[in-house]
Design a protein around this ligand. Structure first.
Ligand code: HAM
Length: 463
């Protein structure tokens, strides 16, 4: 038997109904905040994530699905080469041998038909910022974009952690002149998340926020971390020994239990925040209080991606166990420039782990199990045609209709109707068609009545 690959899974009904409930609420709430949807490709150039997310992050260093895309087949490269040799021959001014060598090098030389390195997206922020730059979205002022879709990380699968998982994310990005840097944007995004979770009936969550400083603060902090690590790093894991040199902030991602007591003694970013970062952070907090959004400051929160500046945040949920981060996000004021934007584009965003959000909602699954209004049972020769037409008519009236087959016995159709959760079964036989009135049986009460065709939809709807 061929099974779904480890860390991936099939989402089956009725659970998919719950995913749809979540996504419908998301679209509704995000719309009220004037977000619009963006869809970026599922794979991108590897370099985008290496530069955007950061070489030393776990995501880029260990978890990406990366491959070298094929550069074309040898036979069609030969074809191209032969055409070009032909062309060189026809050109009387050229020296065939030299041109051939040149062309050979150009087309078949070392590395020439090697493919491009591509990666399944491990997250969507880098893709959105790439699209922002590629389509010069700064012309639109402040962009408020959201996405829903699969992401891929080669993590060790466990409850709430998959290799293909789904994120619901949003990004607010634009030129500083459009206000993209202002604390009100941070507060608005956090208030929207608070609203969304409550709307979904999730109450048992905590919002943790921190400031990870701007580029200047981070440089000073990294120096301080390097100094603090110097005398102790020899006792730490090899990853940390490397991080201490290349990107000391990433030491906080270490999961090795023996390293944790050392990590707990390291200086905190809060001691290295400059006045501007402090002020920004204070304003965000004041706005959140004003908006009635509860939060806790967690000075140890640094997040696992390199692009964050200033506000960083996470929402955790009590019932989720070890993988309790239901969503995470923050500001990324330098990311656009890092990815080649000709002008700065401060931004802030988040991604919700949709798998985890649905897990948190699981208790409500039965509420959303879809039901069938009527099961149509054709009985007798030629009745399939009539039943199909009647089903079409009722479906166009907005009813959910399931259809039997005249080769089934009536008993089997009653069983199928019950299994499908149908409220009514509707018999389509020769007599019914002649009378243009149908036997409608309520499957819960067992009561059966004859209903004229024109009345069917209203009757089934219970009007
Ligand atoms: P992240 O913290 O890497 O941030 O992921 C966001 C959320 O995705 C996590 O809080 C978690 O709920 C979910 N998640 C991550 N990995 C897995 C997994 N293997 N299985 C299930 N769920 C997972 C980002 O991805 C940033 N792009 C967020 C962001 C947007 N920051 C600014 N804008």
């Amino acid at each position: 038997m061929i099974k779904a690959v480890r860390g991936t899974r099939d989402l089956l009904p009725p659970e998919t109904a719950l995913w749809n409930v979540v996504e419908a609420a998301v679209r509704d709430v995000f719309r009220a905040y004037n977000f619009q949807e963006i869809r970026t490709p599922i794979f991108e150039a590897t370099e985008l994530f290496a530069r955007g997310v950061g070489e030393e992050t776990d995501i880029v260093a260990k978890e990406m699905y990366t491959w070298e895309d094929r550069g074309g087949t040898l036979s069609n490269k030969f074809g191209e080469l032969l055409d070009l040799v032909d062309l060189a021959r026809q050109n009387p001014a050229s020296t065939p041998t030299l041109d051939t060598v040149k062309l050979f090098n150009e087309y078949l030389g070392p590395g020439k038909w090697k493919g491009q390195s591509l990666t399944l997206r491990p997250e969507n922020t880098a893709g959105v910022v790439r699209a922002y730059i590629e389509h010069q979205l700064w012309d639109r002022g402040l962009n408020k974009l959201y996405y829903i879709g699969p992401q891929f990380r080669r993590e060790r699968p466990q409850k709430g952690r998959y290799r293909q998982f789904y994120q619901i994310g949003a990004e607010v990005i634009g030129p500083a002149s459009a206000g993209s840097e202002r604390p009100i944007r941070d507060a608005e995004v956090l208030e929207m998340l608070d609203t969304l979770l409550r709307r979904l009936g999730i109450a048992d969550f905590t919002l943790y926020i921190n400031s990870v400083g701007d580029a200047g603060d981070r440089a000073a902090y990294n120096d301080a971390l390097r100094k603090a690590l110097q005398p102790v790093v020899g006792q730490m894991c090899t990853d940390c020994q490397r991080r201490a040199v290349t990107n000391p902030l990433r030491v906080f991602d270490c999961k090795v239990p023996e390293d944790q007591p050392i990590i707990a003694t390291l200086p905190l970013i809060s001691s290295y925040l400059g006045d501007q970062s402090k002020e920004h952070f204070q304003s965000v907090q004041a706005l959140l209080k004003e908006a009635g959004v509860a939060f806790e400051v967690n000075p140890r929160l640094v997040r696992g991606l390199d692009y964050y500046t200033r506000t960083a945040f996470e929402f955790t949920h009590g019932a989720l166990g070890a993988q309790n981060a239901i969503l995470g996000g923050g500001r990324y004021d330098g990311l656009a420039e890092l990815l080649g934007s000709p002008q700065p584009a401060p931004g802030i965003g988040f991604a919700i782990g949709e798998d985890r959000l649905v897990m948190a909602l699981h208790a409500r699954a039965s509420e959303t199990a879809p039901s069938v209004d009527a099961y149509i049972a054709p009985v007798g020769e030629g009745m399939n045609r009539k039943a199909l037409r009647l089903a079409g008519d009722l479906r166009r009236e907005g009813l959910v209709v399931e259809l039997g087959d005249r080769s089934f016995r009536l008993k089997k159709m009653f069983e199928a109707a019950t299994k499908a959760g149908a409220k009514y079964i509707l018999i389509v036989g020769e007599n019914e068609v002649k009378a243009d009135a149908f036997a409608v049986k309520n499957l819960a009460t067992g009561k059966q009545v004859s209903v004229a065709r024109g009345e069917l939809a209203r009757r089934i709807r219970g009007e």
